[in-house]
Ligand binder design. Structure first.
Ligand code: NOJ
Length: 755
């Protein structure tokens, strides 16, 4: 057979196998639906959490056993471990008429037992292969423990660091967040959802959750459609395009209707415009919360949600308790309930649960696949790549392995805050404190330690932070005593490493803050340490960009390490002592002042841009400049990189053709290192006001010292498009500027014309 014929035959074969698989699924699900009573269908739409294990919300489900046995439950979350999950699955399989297996979900946000850095941190790697691999490991561990559905990725664009949940996403930029969304969906779901190592992803929170007014969690959102489509929707759409199996609605309202009951969002956009084929689950009691939003009683809001295109009710039981009545009263149709049920059954089918309800229940896997050395090694590697070197005063870093170090700070010898927020399946006792990490990496270093300060001296704040266990402990000693001790040991050393920042629960859900500077207790400590005149390295932990304007001006080096996960101490020591040369780049701008928020690099020019510092009648503030303290895309290395020779391969390009841009990057410093080369475009004239610049490409390259490389980017026709005033996705002819460089302030520039 000729190669081309053989190729066509193979293609036809693959195609017909795929078709027949799809047909089998349809036939199976339709047959099952035929057999189901209305009650059984409504039961499938109910997602419960039994409590007692991992609490991720304020209320838990009641009469769980009775509900499971009587077919009133379609899925469950907040339980883990093959034994426990088997008990629940047995209740369903042994007692219900149709034996429809449960789908078991969980929030496995940044690793299961092997906890990786918080998502905001891993986005700073700009390394999509690593992010995909992290998701693969996460899926392997979670499925080994019986969980096959993950409430992740969270892809909400966040431009307000007061919002605690900025920690859970990939920052401020739609292009980068879309890449992260794709990588995570691919990593969790693999090529075959019924493979026992893969799990169904659930992209959340649809939509606009990150734009809560004032950065206050769960607050209202009000946004133009142009902004939604151009800035906030792309990552959700990227997840849908990558085949995400499910979507979670958000708590906030969109155009005055809560996302959970918003037909325009869940049906017109998600299904009709984007072609989403999976199921939509509410967020925790978000159907019921529409009562408080002011949209009626439980029956009304349940009708609203179902009709909007929401399929599964998380914890609230509005569907379970009112839908039948609504059918009887003609408020919803049987068909609407059948449609929602169908999507949930299809998901279970894809996960292989109908073939084997116990597919993910295997004690041997739980013992073998979780927290392996390989997984921990990877956690350490990705953590080192997520750190961002914000300052390296007098090139004090990397440190010598035999240095005399005063290790100081409330987070320097801490375990309970290393995992970060949203690590309900992790175990903080497994995490490596910084002190231990330094001892591991630099056994010959001479280390003296003092706590120096409490994370905060504010007992009221500490109480709120400690709801999930003690994260902030206020020392018996007075702040003065602690400070004196720290200064004394600091004076005895050659270098001070101060590990400071936020406790893990100072960010995350329901952890918004109006002050995002370092707490006063730690500011005092840093001032005193700097006063000793010794070189100071601040190892800064946080779940959000902080306002560090005061510290940034000091003669200190700053390594931002976020909350690094289970291998925290080892990874931090790897970077401090130069085993790995830092390459992380910020994915959200760091403001000079809280008053600048919302802050993001892709802002618009306005008609009166600030050009030469403060001028009257220009857009600016009297007290601070418009620029962030540290821009998007920023991050230093122990070495230096020089950019030159930007070239576009054609000065005029037609709409359907790609365009290539190349640049030369040279490692001009003393160390080998990795650099994230970034490309931004500016559409100079268009029908709706353009952002000043937009990220449209990035590449991570490794360069030995002295080495140069030509880095080439391809701009595809879609990269030049935007949603216009009528929400058509188009590119408009005209001049584009291209900037390539080391962060969003890149100055190397070329132009081309789109015809
Ligand atoms: C509420 C959170 O908003 C959501 O992200 C999470 O998945 C659910 N609780 C379930 O824990």
């Amino acid at each position: 057979m000729k190669p081309i014929k053989l190729f066509i035959t193979i293609l036809t074969l693959i195609f017909s196998v795929t078709i027949s698989k799809a047909q089998k699924k349809i036939a199976f699900v339709e047959e099952l639906l035929e057999k189901m009573t209305l009650d059984e269908k409504i039961g499938q739409l109910n997602l419960i959490t039994p409590g007692g294990g991992i609490a991720t919300g304020a209320v838990v489900s009641k009469n769980v056993e009775e509900k499971l046995k009587s077919g009133q439950v379609g899925g469950m979350f907040g339980v883990a471990g093959p034994e426990k999950i088997k008990v629940a699955q047995d209740m369903v399989m042994k007692n219900t008429r149709l034996k429809i297996p449960l789908i078991i979900g969980s929030d496995v946000i940044h690793g299961y037992k092997t906890t990786f850095p918080i998502p905001l941190a891993t986005s700073c790697t700009w390394d999509m292969e690593m992010i995909e691999k992290e998701a693969q490991i996460t899926a392997k561990e979670a499925t080994a423990d019986g969980i096959m559905w993950n409430f992740s990725p969270m892809v909400d664009i966040a431009r307000d660091p007061r919002w605690g949940r900025i920690a859970e996403g990939a920052g401020e930029d739609p292009y980068l967040s879309s890449a992260v969304a794709r990588a995570m969906v691919k990593g969790y779901q693999g090529n075959n959802l019924s493979d026992k190592n893969t799990m169904m992803a659930c992209v959340k929170h649809f939509a606009l959750y990150g734009a809560a007014e004032g950065g206050r969690d769960y607050n209202s959102v009000d946004m133009s459609h142009i902004k939604m489509f151009n800035q906030y929707f792309p990552p959700y759409k990227a997840a849908v395009d990558a085949g995400v199996g499910s979507v979670m609605s958000s708590f906030n309202d969109v155009d005055g209707i809560p996302a959970t009951g918003n037909k325009w969002l869940l049906t017109d956009v998600l299904r009709n415009k984007w072609g989403f084929k999976g199921f939509v689950v509410s967020d925790y009691t978000s159907i019921n919360e529409m009562i408080k939003h002011g949209l009626g009683n439980l029956q009304d809001v349940s009708v609203l949600a179902l009709k909007a295109g929401l399929d599964m009710d998380m914890v609230g039981e509005g569907f379970l308790t009112t839908l039948k009545k609504s059918v009887e009263e003609g408020k919803v149709t049987r068909e609407e309930i059948t449609n929602a049920t169908r999507l949930i059954l299809e998901a279970k089918y894809k996960l292989g649960l109908f073939d084997n309800p116990y597919l993910y229940i295997d004690k041997t896997r739980a013992e073998e696949d979780i927290l392996t050395k390989e997984h921990r090694d990877f956690a350490r590697k990705i953590a080192t790549r997520s750190f961002v070197l914000l300052k390296n005063d007098k090139q004090i870093l990397p440190l010598k392995k035999d240095a005399k170090i005063a290790l100081i700070g409330p987070l320097a010898n801490d375990q309970s805050n290393m995992l970060g927020t949203w690590a309900p399946t992790g175990d903080y006792k497994l995490s490596v404190p910084v002190f231990k990490g330094i001892q591991n990496i630099a056994p010959n270093a001479n280390i003296v330690y003092a706590k120096g300060a409490n994370i905060t001296d504010d007992t009221e704040l500490a109480k709120k932070i400690n709801v999930f266990g003690r994260k902030v402990s206020i020392d018996q000693r007075s702040p003065r005593e602690m400070l004196n001790e720290a200064v004394k040991i600091a004076k005895s050393a050659n270098i001070i490493v101060a590990v400071v920042g936020e406790a893990s629960e100072m960010s995350g859900e329901s952890a918004s803050m109006t002050q995002i500077s370092l707490p006063e207790s730690q500011k005092k400590l840093i001032r005193a340490l700097v006063k000793t005149g010794k070189p100071v390295v601040l190892v800064l932990m946080s779940g959000r960009p902080l306002v560090i304007t005061e510290e940034f001006k000091m003669p200190v080096s700053i390594l931002q390490v976020w909350h690094p996960g289970v291998e925290a101490g080892n990874a931090i020591a790897d970077v401090l002592f130069g085993n790995y040369n830092p390459s992380g780049k910020l994915t959200a701008s760091w403001p000079r002042s809280i008053g600048q928020i919302p802050i993001y690099y892709s802002e618009k020019n306005t008609g009166r841009p600030e050009e030469n510092g403060y001028e009257k009648f220009k857009t600016n503030y009297l007290d601070v400049s418009n620029t962030p303290l540290i821009p998007f895309g920023y991050g230093l290395s122990y070495t230096t990189f020089e950019y030159s020779d930007i070239k576009v391969d054609t000065k005029e390009v037609i709409q359907v053709k790609p365009l290539h841009i190349s640049v030369n990057v040279k490692n001009t410093g003393k160390y080998d290192g990795e650099e994230v080369v970034q490309l931004y475009i500016h559409d100079v004239v268009r029908s709706i006001t353009p952002p000043k610049r937009q990220l449209k490409g990035f590449k991570k390259v490794f360069l030995k010292k002295g080495e140069s490389k030509t880095v080439t980017f391809t701009l595809l026709p879609d990269d030049l498009k935007f949603y216009d005033g009528d929400l058509n996705f188009i590119a408009e002819p005209g001049i584009f500027e291209v900037f390539v460089g080391t962060n969003s302030n890149a100055t190397l520039k070329e132009t081309f014309k789109l015809k």
